[in-house]
Ligand binder design. Sequence first.
Ligand SMILES: Cn1c(O)c(C(=O)NCC(=O)O)c(=O)c2ccccc21
Ligand SMILES: [Mn+2]
Length: 245
Amino acid sequence: KPVKMPFIEHTSYRDLERLALERLVPALLSHGFCYVDGLLGELAGSAVLDQVTEMHRSGQLQDGRLAGSIPGVSQRSIRGDKIAWVSGVERGCEAISFLLNLIDRLISVCASRLGDMAIRERSKAMVACYPGNGAGYVKHVDNPNHDGRRLTCIYYLNKNWNPKEHGGVLRIFPEGRPYMADIKPLFDRLLVFWSDRRNPHEVQPSYATRYAITVWYFDSEERAQAKKRFKDLTASTGQQGNSSS
Ligand SMILES: Cn1c(O)c(C(=O)NCC(=O)O)c(=O)c2ccccc21
Ligand SMILES: [Mn+2]
């Protein structure tokens, strides 16, 4: 029996639409990134946080990359991020599903005004936890080679986060700009940015448990091209491409 979420949907569609148009679209077009605070509100935001902490407690978050590991050398170096992929229909993910639905509506309102893009699909949600042992994420571009991903949306879940003590700041190095953007991973904050080379970014070492949920939105055309390239590549090299690609 589906869990009745203990909160009313306080974000009316009109608010969302206005937020998207007045804030997100102009910022993405001018700076390439934008964050919004208070997306869900305390109650709904806390429901998402509770479900993520329960996933962590029950061991559903698996170790991501080994931080600083040397291939082949098995060493208990500091563990990096722990992640889990959720589609939102899983039991115990009802609040996460509500969040994903809201971000979907926000992005769909923006998509038509962000230029000639066919953003019609997205990835599953990546629930990520940095354990607070100093691990972070090295500087990278999410989509450096046209894999189809256009927009990165990260929802942060960290209450009372103090970067001076806890680190964990997301630093974006906007391409060709004379500045860096330091974004604190604050509770109920949604960050949206172009996934391509315009936005190299890093997660600075975190000294407290740091939770975030990320979804990537695809441009269907670019995604289809990328899938085709992958198929050609695996066909030509004779390797078995994974069927789910
Ligand atoms: C755990 N984690 C990440 O945290 C970021 C990332 O850029 N995070 C930015 C942030 O959390 O502010 C990633 O881009 C990422 C990519 C693949 C696998 C795991 C990943
Ligand atoms: Mn990234």
